[in-house]
Ligand binder design. Structure first.
Ligand code: CU
Ligand code: ZN
Length: 180
């Protein structure tokens, strides 16, 4: 009887340990990340802020951006090399994320920086909504943007000036992190 109780108790401990391990690991499915988010905060003197969501879909990564506080019109929008928004001018985020050593260009081109998301186009109230599927941006592998920085610029990206698109100052900065 004592032996039997010990076996039952042992089984219970193992069951509890397994349940605890499951709790610790959460409900995230195995495999590469499927969704990420960047919450953009204003740089010094800027009212610009917003949210950018990245979701792995067929054909690439769907980018959905909601940004406010802009002047009406176009504003360069990129993933930069570093997820470092510690400097108040956004410069710590470095240059455009460019793992393939390509020239600066636009999202629909094959030869481009991975981080080239083109322009946001703000309405008269200063709100911009961008939604498109990017064929190069990824959440795993060499082109993964996890941990990188997202920057919104003062001026329009002319999509040709090297290596910046001549988009001017940095108005908002956010770090790409995993999302549920
Ligand atoms: Cu930029
Ligand atoms: Zn670029």
């Amino acid at each position: 009887m004592i032996k039997h109780t010990a076996v039952v108790a042992g089984a219970l401990i193992m069951f509890a340990a397994e349940a605890f391990a499951q709790m610790e690991h959460g409900s995230a499915p195995p495999g590469p990340p499927a969704k990420a988010i960047a919450v953009l905060s204003p740089t010094k003197g800027s009212p610009v802020k917003g949210i950018v969501i990245f979701e792995v879909v067929k054909g690439g990564t769907k980018v959905t951006a909601h940004i406010s506080g802009l002047t009406p019109g176009k504003h360069g929008f990129h993933v930069h090399e570093y997820g470092d928004c510690s400097s108040d001018d956004g410069m710590a985020a470095g240059g455009h994320f460019n793992p393939g050593q390509m020239p600066h260009s636009m999202p629909m081109r094959e030869k481009r920086h991975v981080g080239d998301m083109g322009n946001l186009d703000a309405d008269k109230d200063g709100n911009a909504h961008l939604e498109y599927v990017d064929s190069m941006i990824a959440l795993s592998g060499a082109s993964s943007i996890l941990g990188r920085g997202v920057i919104v610029h003062e001026k329009e990206d002319d999509l040709k000036t090297q290596p910046t698109g001549n988009a001017g100052g940095r108005l908002a900065c956010g770090v790409v992190g995993l999302a549920k």
